[in-house]
Design a binder for this molecule. Sequence first.
Ligand code: SAM
Length: 277
Amino acid sequence: MRFDIITIFPDFFDGPFRYGVLSRAANAGIVDIALHDLRAFTHDRHKTVDDRPFGGGEGMVLKAEPLFDAVESLGVAAKAVRDPAKETVILLSAQGQRFTQTVAHDLAQVERVVLICGRYEGVDERVNDLLADRELSIGDYVLSGGELGAAVIVDAVTRLLPGVLGNADSARFESFGRTDSSLAARQQAASDESLEATTLPRSTHGAGGLLDYPHYTRPADFRGVPVPDVLAGGDHAAIRKWRRERALEKTLRNRPDLLTDADLTDDDRRFLSRLRK
Ligand code: SAM
């Protein structure tokens, strides 16, 4: 998969892509991240990328021309004929649709993603109208530029690509995880005794749109707080039940909005209603 990032600060990305999963994915050739300096697509002595806003008001606006030249230099198809399953152009924007794990999964299917990083007061709206397929926001706050958002998207998408995480299950059984999590699949799995006996205990065979359950490692007792007994007991069914209940508990406490769309069994619902009481 290839990412093209258009930015006025290409050096900004020296750090985020040099470590851990992202650096390994790049070294393994699974992901190719190309940085493009927007100023290289200007045609004046001062390499001007911004100008004053029409209608007045504070700040400066990133000009359309260098952004169009930058994207067009990449050989990406024009918006009207672009196949979004193959390539897509995204404008980072506080006004965009929210970037979520679902969007990350969708983008992980695309061969090439172009990310345009705004700065100043934002980007000439013609970029949105004529060049970008969508605007994405990484959260309800205003950043100084799109670079952090681009790094977030590259990270979240890259770790979903096949072969990037050592254990593919890491991406399936974590917060917001959806894969293999349909209610039917989980109920089938729960009633399949041979599966129960042979698989490692997981929260619920997929997080089902919930937050992840709590994790512990050694030492078994840290500053007087012991690891819950059930995790050391070796009873896989009990561990699975404990993890599922803790995931429900944490989701109810921190992100009750996620429960609306989560895959919940009757047991889950009963447990939640006891918690609410
Ligand atoms: N005037 C804009 C507004 O009120 O929506 C804010 C512009 S912001 C200072 C400059 C650039 O940072 C934006 O063009 C965008 O690329 C990026 N940016 C800011 N907040 C963002 C967010 N929550 N998600 C993604 N990009 C963001």
